[in-house]
Design a protein around this ligand. Sequence first.
Ligand SMILES: NC(=O)c1ccc[n+]([C@@H]2O[C@H](COP(=O)([O-])OP(=O)(O)OC[C@H]3O[C@@H](n4cnc5c(N)ncnc54)[C@H](O)[C@@H]3O)[C@@H](O)[C@H]2O)c1
Length: 305
Amino acid sequence: MPPYVHTGPVDCSQDADCSTLAGKTAIVTGGANGLGEAYVRALVAAGVYVCIGDIDTQKGQKLEAELPGTKFIPCSTGTWTDQVRLFEAAVTFSPTNRIHYVVANAGIHRVDEVFQPGPDSLPEPDLSIIDINIKGPLYTAKLAMHYFIRQNGTTPTPEQEDTCLILIGSGAAFLDVPRTPQYCASKWAMRGIMHSLRRTAYYYGSRVNVISPWYVQTGILPEEAFAHAKRVGVEFATTEDAGRCLLRILADGRVNGHSFFVTARKWAEKGFLDLDLEDFGDDALLGEVQAMQMVSAPVEAGLFG
Ligand SMILES: NC(=O)c1ccc[n+]([C@@H]2O[C@H](COP(=O)([O-])OP(=O)(O)OC[C@H]3O[C@@H](n4cnc5c(N)ncnc54)[C@H](O)[C@@H]3O)[C@@H](O)[C@H]2O)c1
């Protein structure tokens, strides 16, 4: 795994060779329903063992019973000890006692009390979107890094086994989405975490990427909200294309530090594309500022500086 370098967008029209994934182990948070379930199904189809962490015990257990090679662990991602248990269970479940891929998918969307007008008394706004959508993935990222380092050490060698953390953004991670400052903050945050980790991940043989789905009909919004979007002409993306996007990233060990958009098919032949938003391209000024940002703590100074 070389240090981070921007080499332009990944060609998503190329099919992934998933043969390297068989026998690996993944964790998917929020994997009992919706997009998380699709990531689980795609991974299982590629021969990956999957540990599912979710608060929906009934559905999680049903999925475990249906899909050989999966293990369900009740887990509320906003609770540190739950995630610790999830990772411990995944190591025990893994045939190699290793964790290769971690998908920090669990997330919620609800009415945003930061934006909505309250009663005159102005009570403290509910920030639970932040707790679940940022605190949860930060716990997941910390645990992923802990296990990846335990497995691979911190000296880059060809023997290090590829590992990858996937963070889940949204259209709300890069588009203007009015009336939802908390949800948008939480999804932009996934790109922030990725930017912070992508330069040093190679020390422990790892990668970090973001998948940002467009509208996909799941349980995250009420049915009426999706019906309204359809009525006004929004063409949706699909859970299956999200699963294929995940495999495309995992199967190519060179993909690090990218953001992918799972889109309506009218915008991308395969239903997903590399946004190529995460670098400054020809902007020499911002390129210089980025280089200066790292002068006092260069990547070459070592993983922990
Ligand atoms: N569906 C979309 O249109 C869309 C678009 C962009 C991004 N996303 C993102 O995709 C991810 C998955 O969303 P979805 O649409 O599949 O939603 P969903 O509600 O259908 O599924 C979410 C899953 O996460 C679980 N979950 C919720 N809170 C949890 C917690 N604290 N701990 C553990 N599990 C928890 C739920 O039980 C459920 O199984 C989220 O991060 C969401 O923000 C969804």
